[in-house]
Design a protein around this ligand. Structure first.
Ligand code: GCU
Length: 671
């Protein structure tokens, strides 16, 4: 019975000619002598895949011949088998070529070979004939990380897939085999780092017992090319009573962090570095001592630099000191620091200026800090998009951000910024993980696609979310063409549906307080203004929307002039972001010919229709999907339809209560 545990690495039996073709091309596996643990992992995966697809495991071959899969580096491959395309491939790239009837997977490192092995399995798993697999690929970003918001008590902040997969109590002695499956899944995508603990970090994580647990995980993950990182609480030495202050410029503090880094690197020689959330949402930071983010980041960077480590310093900052517009604070604090960060610091910026909403404009820092490596942070877990219940394929949302033109230079998209087009290396992307102990890992079958899409886009930020969805469906559900197409259409529509029934036309942050599930546009009485949904939609008798132009908060001025000019005028602002940037009268005519009010209602109605459409399509797919997974998805779609209606009804009723307007003629009444 299919329970989803195998993710996209299912390797289910092929039949007939397809099976025969794999058997012909994967008769034996040839690897360098004395294979490293990484090469052994690649061989094991190929064996598992071929065995799964054909029922027969390939033999261990000694020399390359027709029908063999040969893994090798330039040093191990005989000249005749050295494929072209090895130049400028970097440490993690791979080449797959047919040479003299053999399939040669070549790379400069063993990790590259592992990625090549997974790429061959992916190609075959998506229906490429094995003798036609021909690929050359190298990652466009250096750091491709999952950030776990996992607490030390195994709860997961914003986690909807059960408790943490890290069994902290059992570690370091007990090494759950699940860690290996986690590593395989990540390696199959090229994810090469994992931040083990929540950004809202506890001091304890940096004490000896926890370093030992992290070291045990690092040992398990290392063969799969995955480095371990830790979130660090800025005030750790002070809170552990080992210093009298946490001031980053105090010599005893810098010395403490250097000693701490040395201690960590003794246990984890390839430790990746620290992720830090400072002076945000109550977390301590350098500003507590009137020092800047750069002072704080550089002090930590100096501690890990001798070991080759990095510091990822988050730009997600907001505090009540900025009552005008929360969306402006990160830019205000960070942009002036451009060029002031140490070379091994990356400033980690969320995709949008507020907080992982169903839709946001790209963050104005992208393109605005040309002398600072910026890393992009996406949220894979769906805090604001219906948890692990609603279907929302995030690939299209990620692509929308990545392909946004920053306007700072010709062709300078967000993707190009994080690829280092301005600031050079280091480069990276982080995804807030949606993984837990759930049998499906992600809490639902379709949320696995968000892990998959994140990983593929971290490897290649220029990738197509539709192509990625096709790959995922082919490996995870079916290669039957009609069914595959239908599921991909569902996925590509799904996030749009969520935007429509939750926050159409650029509305944002009107979710229930704290938990962020379900509508609550009416909430107005919370202590801090920027916690209240009314702060974001600003609906009143006259109109709706957040004026971020010069007549309002002027957050728009944080964008490049070309963008700022375009978005200053509601007529040239994309309707998807209209109420993000403008406060407009309810009766404003829209391009559709409707008033703004009627358009808003129409979008809510459309969202409900789209959710129903997902359910209808899925029902028709029953013959193509195993019963258990079909039913599990169907249940969630039922909830989604119900909750889409809830969102629509609640938001429309609330906005009516402030505007006094009647439901537009012809709008669909609640079902
Ligand atoms: C959101 C989320 C928090 C999280 C924060 C962050 O605000 O709700 O749980 O800590 O983002 O990214 O730091």
């Amino acid at each position: 019975e299919e329970d989803g545990y195998d993710l996209w690495l299912r390797y289910r039996p092929l039949a007939g000619a397809e099976r025969a073709a794999v058997l012909r091309q994967a008769r034996e596996l040839v690897a360098p002598a004395l294979p490293s643990p990484t090469v052994q992992a690649a061989l094991a995966e190929l064996r598992r895949g071929v065995q799964g697809m054909t029922g027969l495991a390939p033999a261990d071959g000694k020399r390359a011949r027709a029908g063999a899969i040969v893994l090798g580096t330039p040093a191990s491959l005989p000249p005749a088998l050295r494929p072209t395309g090895l130049d400028r491939l970097g440490n993690e790239g791979y080449v797959i070529r047919r040479i003299a009837g053999a399939t040669v997977i070549a790379a400069h490192t063993d990790t590259g070979l592992l990625y090549g092995a997974f790429a061959w399995l992916r190609a075959v798993g998506t229906g490429v004939a094995p003798h036609r697999v021909d690929e050359r690929s190298a990652p466009r970003l250096q750091q491709r990380l999952l950030d776990h918001w996992d607490n030390l008590d195994r709860s997961v902040e914003r986690g909807y897939a059960g408790e943490s997969i890290w069994d902290w109590w059992g570690l370091p002695g007990v090494r759950d085999p699940r860690y290996i499956d986690y590593a395989r899944a990540n390696a199959s995508l090229g994810i090469n780092g994992t931040v083990l603990n929540n950004v809202n970090a506890k001091p304890e994580i940096l004490t000896a017992p926890w370093i030992a647990k992290a070291a045990a995980l690092a040992d398990v993950l290392r063969p799969y090319g995955i480095k371990v990182y830790l979130s660090a609480r800025f005030s750790t030495p002070l809170e552990l009573n080992e210093t009298a202050t946490a001031d980053p410029l105090a010599p005893e503090v810098a010395a403490w962090w250097r000693r701490k880094a040395d201690e960590i690197y003794r246990a984890i020689p390839d430790f990746g570095g620290f992720l830090v959330k400072a002076n945000s949402e109550g977390q301590p930071g350098p500003q507590d001592y009137r020092r800047s983010h750069a002072d704080g980041a550089n002090m930590l960077a100096a501690a890990v630099a001798p070991h080759g480590g990095i510091v990822m310093w988050r730009a997600f900052v907001y505090a009540a000191e900025n009552p005008v517009d929360r969306a402006k604070q990160a830019y205000d604090e960070f942009q002036p620091l451009d060029g002031r960060f140490a070379p091994n610091v990356l400033v980690q910026v969320k995709n949008g200026p507020i907080d992982f909403q169903p839709r946001e404009p790209f963050h104005p820092l992208f393109g605005a800090m040309p002398r600072t490596p910026l890393m992009l942070e996406f949220q894979v877990t769906k805090e604001y998009l219906g948890y692990a219940t609603h279907m929302a394929y995030l690939g299209s949302m990620f692509e929308e951000t990545l392909q946004s033109d920053t306007g700072h230079a010709p062709g300078l998209t967000v993707a190009r910024v994080i690829e280092g087009a301005q600031a050079g290396h280091p480069t990276g992307m982080a995804g807030v993980a949606n993984i837990g102990s759930s049998r499906t890992w992600s809490g639902s079958h379709f949320d696995q696609a968000n892990w998959y899409a994140y990983g593929r886009l971290a490897w290649n930020p220029q990738g197509s979310s539709r192509a990625i969805a096709r790959e995922w469906v082919a490996q995870t559900f079916t290669r039957a063409p009609r069914a595959l197409d239908d599921i991909v259409v569902m996925m590509m529509d799904s996030r749009d549906a969520v935007v429509n029934y939750m926050t159409p036309l650029g509305l944002h942050h009107i979710m229930g307080t704290g938990h962020h599930h379900g509508p609550a546009p009416w909430v107005a009485e919370l202590a801090r203004p920027e916690w209240n949904p009314v702060y974001y939609h600003k609906a009143d008798r006259g109109g709706i929307g957040f004026d971020r132009t010069a007549s309002g908060s002027n957050a728009l001025a944080q964008y490049a002039p070309a963008i700022a000019r375009r978005y200053a005028d509601p007529a040239t602002t994309p309707d998807t972001l209209l109420l993000w940037f403008h406060h407009l009268p309810w009766d404003r005519p829209m391009p559709s010919g409707r008033t703004l009010w009627a358009e808003l209602v129409a979008r809510y109605d459309l969202g409900v229709m789209q959710a129903r459409g997902l359910r209808t399509r899925w029902a028709a797919l029953a013959p193509f999907v195993d019963a258990r997974r079909h039913a599990e998805v169907a249940q969630r779609l039922d909830v989604q339809v119900e909750e889409a209606q809830w969102w629509r009804d609640a938001c429309i009723a609330y906005f009516q209560s402030v505007s006094g307007l009647a439901l537009p003629p012809g709008s669909r009444p609640p079902a």
